[in-house]
Design a protein around this ligand. Structure first.
Ligand code: UD1
Length: 338
């Protein structure tokens, strides 16, 4: 029945992936503790997909719950989203990050080892590369010491999973290194729900346009880039969600003991100013901004080489930056109304 356990399935990327899994004929089972997601997402998923989705409330680090779900549901694959992701918070509270993102993962792998779980898709991040030497960044880029505990946890997780696969020679794993996920489902039923003041660019842009924030501060315009602002690879969350389905399909066709990493981005870099201009042009809404100082730890430029995902996962992005910004704005308007 292709039962796929989705940890953090009510979260931003998790919820979009659940939609794509259902569309592709998989049977997702969500485990979420709503620590960084909202209960209403489950209703929205039902509305969007017209399907009843199996859901367990709880922490993926709860061994008893995880064992029960994997056993009772006869789970054959896992997509593991549940993790902390705020860079600044990870600097202030590193143990929280190592506990959840690293110890939690080890616990999950231990449990998997006792059951017939064959495929595992891991949420990694382009943060593992830091400031890359060569652009676009390929998966062969050297991994340098991480610039935050959050980044460290993703690097450690990749190493732990790789070693586990080598030792167990049973599991098949794809680590997807996300670039910058943005946007929302075109239905405006699901999207990103940042807690408090958003740290990421696009939610801050949409909240500023909606009048929730007074002005956006651009974190420095004196970088060695064409317009002086940092460059990132912004990928539509629906394209990113589809990459998980392709990764899963790919894993199902592999022999046991498989591990590989894949960049998931668009291959195109956009500067902060370009994102703002594109948002204004696409939506007709003005974004008030000013130039501020550089943000500590920011890298100058990061965009992906996506040839590996294209050839091996047979995946490629289909949506543009404009599509993502339009969908992010429609989503912002829909949540502002409620
Ligand atoms: C951040 C995380 C990264 C994580 C990713 C997930 C940091 C240092 N990195 O990436 O580990 O995987 O989110 O999406 O936090 N910007 C402004 N003003 C703002 C907000 C952002 O100018 O109010 C700029 C940033 O300085 C950066 C760009 O916009 O140049 C993108 O920022 P952001 O959306 O936070 O993403 P990353 O920093 O790339």
């Amino acid at each position: 029945m292709n039962k796929v356990l989705v940890t953090g399935g009510a979260g931003y990327i998790g919820s979009h992936t659940v939609v794509e899994l259902l569309e592709a004929g998989f049977n997702p089972i969500i485990v979420d503790n709503f620590e960084n997601s909202d209960r209403s997402v489950l209703e929205k998923l039902k509305l969007l997909t017209r399907k009843n989705i199996t859901f367990y409330e709880g922490d993926f680090g709860d061994s008893r719950l995880l064992t029960e779900v994997i056993k009772n549901e006869n789970v054959s694959s896992i997509i593991h989203f549940a993790a902390y992701k705020a860079v600044g918070e990870s600097v202030k509270n590193p143990l929280k990050y190592y506990q959840n993102n690293v110890s939690g993962l080890i616990n999950l792998l231990r449990i998997i080892g006792n059951f017939n779980v064959s495929s595992f898709v891991f949420s990694s991040s382009c943060t593992v590369y830091g400031e890359a030497k060569i652009l676009p960044i390929t998966e062969n880029e050297e991994i340098k010491p991480a610039s935050s505990p959050y980044g460290s946890t993703k690097q450690m997780d990749e190493t732990i999973i790789k070693d586990f696969v080598l030792a167990s020679n049973s599991l098949k794993v794809a680590s997807l290194r996300y670039f910058n996920p943005i946007g929302a489902h075109p239905s405006s039923l699901i999207g990103e729900l940042p807690l408090g003041i958003p740290a990421n660019l696009v939610p801050f842009v949409t909240q500023t346009a909606a009048g929730i924030r007074k002005e956006l501060v651009i974190n420095g315009n004196d970088y060695p880039t064409p317009d002086g602002t940092c460059i990132r690879d912004y990928i539509h969350v629906v394209d990113l969600a589809k990459a998980h389905v392709n990764a899963l399909r790919h894993l199902l066709n592999q022999k046991e003991g498989y591990y590989d990493t894949f960049n998931i981005g668009t291959g195109k870099g956009s500067s902060v100013l370009e994102v703002i201009k594109s948002f204004e042009k696409t939506t007709g809404k003005k974004v008030t901004y000013k130039i501020g100082p550089r943000r500590q730890g920011d890298i100058i430029s990061a965009y992906a080489a996506v040839d590996k995902a294209k050839s091996i996962l047979e995946w490629q992005p289909t949506l543009s930056l404009e599509d993502a910004l339009r969908d992010a704005w429609n989503w912002q308007q829909s949540i502002s109304r409620t």
